[in-house]
Design a protein around this ligand. Structure first.
Ligand code: XUL
Ligand code: CO
Length: 434
């Protein structure tokens, strides 16, 4: 049965008017000696592609899913796997990501749910083998079920904590079984609704202990991929502990976890934190902890996580400048944690949405590469700090100075002359390429 009524999406070039073709993403073409698909490492999220009914806070789901029989059964879950792989094949997407509860149903108790998971994982494994598709990362859903309403690893209830640990243990084992390249923690409920009822210190200690147990278990089962933390400031909680890149890095350092964790940065989460994506990526990169990216974008007028497909070329350019600066992804990739608008209810809209996101990132890649080749931008930044390359500046950077020697130097000099920051000139330079 074919559910996505379109041919396999191919590259036709910028002049093509075919809505079922890439205009910019040419998987095997080389940019700076490396294939586009290796630079971009696109991944599809199981939760949005297969499970998002497109409900919003004011209305039920609209998405048409002719493959889905509407039951919470393992059989239905197994059927979805074929549809998902049809989708990946049509799109030419090589990686995917899941939550345990996206791929398999939560049943009457933990052991039944685990059994369902095992059957679906066995089928996913077959499909991966058949197609060469790889699991970019797995994760456990510790935010949907009512038991997690007050947190998973930060719950005030020890029995819930144990349940959450059991669920992560299983999800990690399934990720390992599928040769997953990484494992993600996004703590939607790992925060608080009000500090009136919250012992923040105790919750953070519990969370750190939870993550240490995950690291220990990974060692035990031979899972080598990195762990990722995905920052987000709020929604659904009022405050989420892993609120932004800086907060995550501080938490990981404080609790001695930094060796095992990288960050998975999502654009719409950066925006909710009051930062740009560029800022969040830069903070992670400076700590050598940029691991993977959830590629989406928010809406300028709506104040929540709208998870839209990335279409903004300025944004994709900024993202790819950072990815190239870091020397490319290692285990990570660009996971489209994005959903269609509620009005776009046809299965075919999933195809259009991903074509748009992939082309937008292909353009971002080409533009970022050209800007780096041109060199004017990086030269400008280098020049801007030139006073630190010799003389007193070099003494400062090598730690040879103290306040007394700097005072002596300042007293011997006339008023410093500073150069213009030239923001507008640099914005023009970027637009030359966009
Ligand atoms: C929620 C979100 C999650 C994570 C995985 O905002 O981004 O889907 O990516 O749990
Ligand atoms: Co995400």
């Amino acid at each position: 049965m074919e559910y996505f009524k379109c041919p396999k999406i191919q590259y036709e070039g910028a002049d093509s008017k075919n809505p079922f073709a890439f205009k910019h993403y040419d998987a095997n073409s080389l940019i700076g000696g490396k294939k586009m698909k290796e630079h971009l490492r696109f991944a599809a999220p199981y939760w949005h592609v297969m499970r998002n009914a497109l409900a919003d806070p004011f209305g039920e789901g609209t998405a048409l899913m002719p493959w889905d029989d509407g039951t919470n059964s393992t059989e239905n879950a197994l059927n979805r796997v074929d549809v998902f792989f049809e989708f990946l094949d049509k799109m030419g997407i090589d990686y995917y990501c899941w939550h345990d509860r996206d791929i398999a149903p939560e049943l009457n108790n933990l052991s039944e749910s685990n059994k369902a998971l095992d059957s679906v994982v066995a089928k996913l494994k077959e499909k991966q083998k058949e197609t060469g598709v790889q699991l970019l990362w797995g994760t456990a859903c510790l935010f949907s079920h009512p038991r997690y309403s007050q947190g998973g690893a930060t719950t005030p209830n020890a029995n819930v904590y144990a349940y959450a640990a059991a669920q992560v243990k299983k999800a990690l084992e399934c990720t390992n079984e599928l040769d997953g390249l990484g494992y993600t923690f996004w703590g939607g409920r790992e925060g608080y609704a009000t500090l009136l009822n919250t012992n923040m210190k105790r919750e953070l200690d519990h969370l750190a202990q939870f993550l240490h147990m995950a690291v220990d278990h990974a060692k035990k089962i031979g899972f080598e991929g990195p762990f990722y933390i995905e920052p987000k400031p709020r929604e659904p909680s009022t405050h989420q502990y892993d609120s932004d890149s800086a907060a995550c890095l501080n938490f990981l350092r404080e609790y001695n976890l930094l060796d095992h964790f990288y960050l998975n940065i999502e654009t719409n989460h950066a925006t909710l934190a009051g930062h740009t994506m560029e800022h969040e990526l830069t903070v992670a990169l400076n700590a050598n902890r940029l691991g993977s990216i959830d590629a989406n974008q928010g809406d300028e007028l709506i104040g929540w996580d709208t998870d839209q497909f990335p279409t903004d070329i300025y944004l994709t350019t900024q993202v790819m400048l950072k990815v190239l600066e870091m020397g490319g992804f290692k285990t990570g990739g660009l996971n489209f944690d994005a959903k269609r608008r509620r009005e776009s209810h046809d299965p075919i809209d999933l195809i259009h949405a991903h074509i748009g996101g992939m082309d937008a990132f292909a353009r971002g890649l080409k533009i970022a590469h050209a800007i780096r080749q041109d060199g004017r931008l990086s030269n400008f930044v280098k020049e801007r700090y030139a006073t630190f390359d010799s003389g007193i500046g070099a003494d400062i950077e090598s730690g040879k100075v103290d306040f007394e020697s700097l005072e002596k130097y300042a007293l011997s000099q006339s008023e410093p002359k500073i150069a213009s920051g030239q923001q507008e000139m640099l914005e023009n330079l970027i637009n030359e390429y966009i």
